[in-house]
Ligand binder design. Structure first.
Ligand code: AMP
Ligand code: ZN
Length: 495
């Protein structure tokens, strides 16, 4: 009996058994990218983690509606309340339409995620396509007395909301203290409290991205779009909402306040947050200037890199940590990841080509029990809050058995046909469908290697050892090693 999926819910601060509101349907919303610059590797880590979560939920048989938005409204630099409009600024600098900037970086985002073999979400709504709904939500909050309009802007009244509800319950911040200290605002500030946040912001004359509203020309506050699009596509309460840890406050805290304020119920049952990719212990971020772009890794062009690393090596490196732990970038870890990834792929090639053979092996109950346990351990690892790090460890255990079957050290009869099929299916499902790892090779790779191996075999038979060595060397230069086995010759990726 496989155990149940348990997820760490940031709201309760505990692991909980996952019980969807309306099984087999699952609603999942993940905050998408702000499209005014290239996605860096830290962003990739977050989207990759949710891709595995999405894949695993589907593997479990859930029908998942996965919504991931595109933040394309020109928000202000500092939590939507101060600074310049990021998209507008770039558009002005490059003499382009803001929507050209948006399209360029949205395209780039999709290309990068495809390189890492991430699945597209079910719906990818853009904030600019939901201005009407954002105005409506702002109006609802005004009508309920939870927001106030000043000089063409509308702010959420946190202190008022906090009287009946708990603002800060997700981020576990002492909001009361913040509200107290915010009372001595300087007189120029139009907010009642520093902690209040913008629902609608009046556009300054130079702000390009602007829409008409009952409060004049302006643009929506950043937190509003996710509340609106989550509700529109998943309902007033849905199952999972995710994003990076850094979005817990203020973004997700504000989303909760907006939705509870407007609909009187909690918008989300399970809040999932990914931890940060760090460089020398510091969060990778564009503003800190320590970010790597994916193509800098693939080409090895970044100054901190010893050599290039392929997308699947980088993906394996990320999967080797649990999504809720920080992960520090390092060349050594990437080199180790490359070895691990190749080992896993060699196993995939071997197991895919393997057919059950009725041999002289006798069913070995002890071994059967051990392998059954190893298969169950793969599921248990994913069920334990999507622990990909543990899962990979368990897959390596299964791989040992697969390799023993391949070398003949283990006989098929010792497992029996049913268990063999289970091992094969589990390995393939976990590697390809759940972790989303692929073999990286040019289209004709297999046939070229096979042709070289034909020549190799003939040379060996003819005892032309100079040629044998030459072919070995050619293949090795291309990352392939020849394996002379008992009754066959195989190849594998050099690990
Ligand atoms: P942004 O486009 O900046 O809104 O970021 C998109 C997503 O990437 C958000 O969910 C962020 O929390 C996440 N993110 C940003 N920096 C990192 C990082 N260093 N490691 C992991 N996730 C990150
Ligand atoms: Zn969001």
């Amino acid at each position: 009996m496989l155990d149940k999926l348990r997820v760490y819910n940031s709201l309760s601060g505990q692991k909980e058994v996952f019980e969807p509101l309306n099984p087999p349907f699952v609603g999942m919303y993940v905050c998408g990218p702000t499209v005014y610059s290239d996605v860096h590797l830290g962003n990739v880590r977050t989207f990759l983690s949710f891709d595995v979560i999405y894949r695993y939920l589907m593997y479990l048989g859930y029908k998942v509606r996965y919504v991931r938005n595109i933040t394309d409204v020109g928000h202000l630099e500092n939590d939507a309340d101060e600074g310049e409009d990021k998209i507008g600024k770039k558009a002005r600098l490059e003499n382009l339409e803001p929507m050209e900037i948006v399209q360029r970086y949205a395209n780039g985002f999709h290309e990068v995620l495809a390189q890492f073999n991430l699945l597209p979400p079910s719906i990818e709504p853009a904030a600019t396509g939901h201005i009407v709904e954002q105005i409506e939500l702002t109006q609802t909050l005004l009508d309920k007395g939870l927001a106030y309009a000043v000089n063409g802007s509308v702010y959420f009244d946190v202190a008022k909301y906090d009287k009946d509800h708990n603002y800060g319950k997700l981020s576990k911040r002492n909001i009361e203290e913040m509200i107290e200290s915010g009372r001595d605002l300087d007189s120029q500030d139009e907010k009642r409290n520093t902690i209040d946040f913008a629902l609608w912001k009046k556009a300054s004359p130079e702000h390009i991205m602007r829409w008409s509203s009952p409060w004049g020309k302006g643009f929506p506050g950043w937190h509003l779009e996710c509340s609106v699009m989550g509700t529109k596509y998943l309902g007033e309460t849905f199952d999972i909402h995710g994003g990076g840890m850094d979005l817990k406050f203020p973004h997700h805290e504000c989303e909760i306040a907006q939705s509870v304020g407007a609909h009187g119920k909690d918008p989300v049952n399970y809040w999932l947050h990914t931890n940060m990719l760090t460089v020398n212990g510091q969060k990778m971020s564009k503003s800190l200037g320590n970010s790597f772009l994916p193509h800098e890794l693939f080409t090895g062009s970044h100054e901190l890199l010893d050599e290039p690393y392929s997308p699947m090596t980088v993906k394996f490196f990320m999967l080797q940590s649990h999504y809720s732990s920080t992960l520090d970038f390092s060349n050594d870890a990437l080199k180790a990841a490359r070895k691990g990834y190749k080992k896993l792929m060699n196993g995939l090639r071997v197991v895919k080509g393997m057919r059950y053979q009725a041999d002289e092996g006798q069913r070995n109950e002890q071994l059967v029990a051990q392998i059954e346990k190893q298969v169950a351990a793969c599921h248990a690892a994913m069920n334990d809050d999507f622990n990909t790090a543990l899962t990979i460890g368990q897959l390596f255990n299964l791989l040992k058995k697969i390799n023993s079957l391949n070398t003949g050290n283990l006989l098929f009869g010792e497992l029996g046909e049913e268990l063999f099929a289970k091992v094969k299916q589990t390995y393939i499902d976990f590697v390809e469908n759940i972790l989303g790892l692929l073999e990286e090779k040019p289209a004709d790779f297999d046939s070229i290697v096979d042709s070289l191996l034909e020549i190799y075999k003939k040379a060996k038979f003819a005892k032309d050892f100079a040629k044998v060595d030459e072919i070995r060397a050619i293949l090795k230069r291309n990352g392939v090693i020849v394996k002379d086995m008992k009754n066959k010759i195989e190849w594998a990726y050099e690990e």
